[in-house]
Design a protein around this ligand. Structure first.
Ligand code: TRP
Length: 336
């Protein structure tokens, strides 16, 4: 790796199935960023257990997410692909950050409020402290660029608050500021059953999402059944207003072809949805089937995926060691 390139850190939780939204919203962008950055891509298994996980499923999903990263085109030779729990520095730095972050700061986190719901008393302490661990993920490597969706922006602002307070309290500029790379609405993929809801791995209906492991028949069926309205496709972008399902399908087509919505509509506007859906199916199958095939190959060879993670964790530990030493020395810990 070339040390002079800006360093990126990002993470995905190993929960549920990876879908088209994860691909267009995250993985595909990471693949593009790897050309001019030094990257660490992490399967955040410690974040996953902030809510209850079935151990066998967590194990399976961790290997599957790592396989997906590689299948989507992340170069695990050049960059670092690893699982969070394999590098103890994440937990070590997170503890120190637990002592830097203020309770009042965490109380403002909207994701905690949403995830904890009405029964806050019964949420895990880990779910509450989740943003501190996320700050540790990035700052353990002094990474300065973090590609995330809009929903994670508040967590990164908190990470910057932690970095600033740490630097200020100890009078040393140990941590750099993080620049969030917020991935635009082009990457926002909605449910196939409800164009106002995000495509989600936790949606009860599998028909609502296209999984990265779906085969051509499954993709065709899901697109055919995707919710639409009775009008044909509009020829201009303004015609998508108030039609969230139409907008979503056009958006997926646009993202996969790197076209603007207007250009997609210029080509397909006026056609009935059935015709547009057929074109979209062909495009999805062409884009996703090589990924699905590579994922199936890797999932069928867990030893190979474990070898990638082992090598990634070794390299991550080596990058983390001097930062952790600097932090411990700054805090006043005796290092024996
Ligand atoms: N919280 C992120 C999510 O749910 C995942 C994540 C954990 C992450 N640690 C990170 C993302 C560090 C970016 C950087 O999407």
């Amino acid at each position: 790796m070339t040390a002079s390139l800006p360093r990126i850190f990002s993470g995905v939780q190993p929960t549920g199935n990876l879908h088209l939204g994860n691909y267009l919203g995250a993985l595909r962008n990471w693949v593009k960023l790897q050309h001019d950055h030094e990257c660490l891509f992490c399967v955040v298994d410690m974040h996953a257990i902030t809510v209850r996980q079935e151990p066998a499923e967590l194990h399976r999903a961790t290997l599957e997410v790592a396989a997906a990263m590689v299948a989507c085109g992340i170069d695990a030779e050049k960059h670092i692909v690893f699982n969070q729990s394999a590098v103890p520095g994440h937990a070590q730095l997170a503890w120190i950050f637990n002592c830097v972050a203020r309770i009042g700061w965490l109380n403002r986190m909207t994701q905690f409020k949403e995830k904890a719901g009405k029964d806050r008393e019964n949420a895990s302490v880990g779910l509450y402290a989740y943003p501190n661990l996320m700050a540790a993920d990035v700052l353990l490597y002094k990474a300065t660029r973090v590609p995330v969706g809009e929903d994670q922006k508040q967590h990164l602002e908190l990470a910057n608050d932690i970095a600033q307070k740490f630097n200020h309290d100890f009078g040393r500029s140990v941590f750099p500021m993080i620049e969030p790379l917020i991935l635009g609405p082009a990457a926002r993929v909605m449910s196939l059953r409800d164009g106002t809801k995000k495509m989600s791995k936790s949606d009860a209906s599998d028909q609502s999402r296209i999984n990265l492991t779906d085969d051509a028949d499954a993709i065709a069926l899901k697109v055919r059944r995707a919710k639409t309205d009775p009008e044909p496709l509009p020829s201009e972008e303004a015609g998508l207003d108030g039609r969230p399902e139409a907008r979503n399908l056009v958006g997926i087509y646009a993202a996969l072809t790197d076209m603007h919505h207007a250009a997609v509509l210029a080509e397909h506007g006026g056609k009935p949805f059935s015709a547009f859906k057929a074109a979209l199916t062909d495009l999805l199958v062409a884009s996703l089937s090589p990924i699905a095939a590579e994922m199936r190959r890797l999932v069928g060879d867990p030893g190979a995926v474990e070898a990638i993670l082992r090598r990634g964790a070794e390299r991550a530990r080596a990058l983390a060691a001097p930062v952790l030493a600097e932090v411990e020395e700054t805090v006043g810990f005796v290092r024996v």
